[in-house]
Design a protein around this ligand. Structure first.
Ligand code: SAH
Ligand code: SF4
Ligand code: F3S
Length: 453
């Protein structure tokens, strides 16, 4: 080996390089981290839980709200200290904040060696190589974008797997930064998705959650012309797969074929996450959501007509610009009207670069906090009431975890409720991935509990 090769080689030959990934944000980011782990594992890296021991630390960031930025920045503030006197350690920032901030991150923290947005993580290895040879900060956007193929992934062992089918968002909700961080909508070819899911089933996975920023917009720009309903039906035919879930759907792109596919497939679970964001048409219009409450109502009517006991969950924002007490009351009313099975509630966080950023009329922080608290109380009471309504029923659980010491196992119902099942001294444990019946006998806000039926 000559000196030049030694210089270009990232790490000493005797030791396998190690990586440590920290992930913030949504499931899409979780899966991007699994993809990065896959790319690194294929080229000989080993994972470590200890950032101090890692040759490569990746912070995979989110920037959807101010809080997400702050979390990642304070994490980076701690991790940068690990680089002191450690010539070989690489500190990388990926994900949505990386896309937005680019070189500004390096200016803030010169210890950061490379910054790559979500689409650019497929260039991770070339970026590391160039960093090693050029010995200077690298930006993902300076590299050509590879095709949207199926990079390898390292998923945690288990029975449920995340599968990205669509990326990016062509909507323009006035508060949202995601179209700027994830780019325009792209869909993976249906064949690539099916073969990935078949492989997952061979590896023991029984449930897939299809991911997309606008997942039911799947196929809009796809070369083969198949839509989301076609994808669901094609996956329904995969032998050995028990359950299919997907998130997140936009109300405007929820079409009748998708509802029909959900209704006629026994594998597509009867649960839809359909963010409404607000109960006020005035707010929906200021948010540029592209539908009115009546439009949303109509979609839910179709859904509930076709799948009578479908679970419906949602996202809600309070404290958006110009939100009055009356607008907020309409959001409370909408929760009571649709009787959501769950909701993620957020306080509006202005994001630089979004259309709403310049808008005035945000309620005082104390008012928004109070609205958030009232909304959260209403939702919690509704969820508890719904969970209580399941007591006495028998639920089919996909077994995701067993705890031999506590003699319990846990998993989710088709409606996505968590269930913990207690076993007697003599009852055998089910296998991970089995579907078993549990008789529900108690509950909390967080989920259900019961015994084998
Ligand atoms: N594509 C998905 C969700 C993207 S972000 C969808 O449209 O439903 C997840 C949720 O974060 C959104 O549904 C919204 O409720 C919330 N959100 C997005 N931007 C926000 C902001 N600036 N402030 C507060 N909440 C926000
Ligand atoms: Fe953001 Fe709206 Fe796109 Fe969802 S649909 S990612 S909220 S712009
Ligand atoms: Fe956050 Fe990006 Fe997901 S901003 S919510 S990690 S799409």
């Amino acid at each position: 080996m000559d000196e030049n090769t030694a210089e270009a080689r990232p790490f000493p030959l005797t030791e396998a390089p190690t990586y440590h990934i920290r992930t913030f944000g949504c499931q899409m980011n979780v899966h991007d981290s699994e993809r990065m782990a896959g790319i690194l594992a294929e080229s000989g890296y080993r994972s470590t839980d200890d950032p101090e021991k890692a040759s490569l630390i990746i912070v995979n960031t989110c920037t959807v709200r101010d809080k997400a930025d702050n979390k990642a920045l304070s994490d980076l503030g701690r991790l940068r200290l690990l680089k002191k006197g450690e010539g070989e350690k690489i500190l990388a920032v990926t994900g949505c904040m990386a896309e937005r901030e680019q070189e500004r991150l390096h200016r803030m923290m010169p210890e950061i060696d490379l910054v790559a947005g979500p689409a650019q993580v497929r260039n991770l290895l070339p970026m590391i190589d160039r960093l090693r040879t050029e010995k200077r900060f690298q930006l993902g956007r300076d590299f050509d974008l590879p095709e949207m193929t199926t990079p390898p992934a390292v998923r945690p062992p288990g029975v449920t797997a995340l599968v990205t089918v669509q990326e990016g968002c062509d909507k323009a909700c006035s508060y949202c930064v995601v179209p700027r961080t994830r780019g325009p909508e792209r869909s993976r070819p249906i064949g690539a998705i099916i073969s990935e899911v078949r492989t997952l089933v061979q590896e023991g996975y029984r449930e897939v959650t299809l991911l997309g920023q606008n997942v039911n917009g799947y196929g809009k720009n796809a070369p083969e012309g198949e839509g989301f309903a076609d994808l669901l039906l094609a996956l329904d035919a995969v032998d050995g797969l028990s359950r299919i879930r997907f998130t997140t759907s936009h109300p405007s792109d929820l079409d009748l074929p998708t509802i029909k596919a959900m209704a006629c497939s026994s594998k597509v679970m009867p649960h839809l996450h359909l963010p409404v964001q607000s109960g006020s048409d005035r707010m929906l219009s200021l948010m540029d959501r592209g539908y009115t409450l009546d439009g949303y109502r109509e979609k839910v009517r179709h859904l509930r007509e076709s799948i009578p006991h479908v679970a419906l969950t949602t996202d809600l924002i309070v404290g958006f610009c110009e939100e009055s007490e009356e607008d907020f009351q309409q959001t409370l009313e909408v929760v009571s009207e649709f009787r959501f099975d769950g909701a993620f509630c957020f306080i509006y966080s202005p994001r630089p670069g979004t259309p709403a950023f310049e808008r005035e009329g945000m309620p005082d922080r104390a008012v928004s906090l109070d609205r958030f608290r009232r909304l959260d109380e209403l939702m919690s009471a509704l969820v508890l009431e719904k969970n209580r309504g399941r007591i006495g029923s028998t639920e089919e659980i996909l077994v995701e975890r067993v705890d031999p010491e506590a003699r319990t196992f846990s998993g989710r119902t088709p409606h996505f409720r968590t269930v913990r099942c207690r076993l007697s001294e003599t009852e055998p444990f089910p296998l991970l991935g089995d579907i078993v019946s549990v008789r529900i006998d108690s509950c909390s806000k967080a989920g259900l509990a019961g015994v084998s039926a």
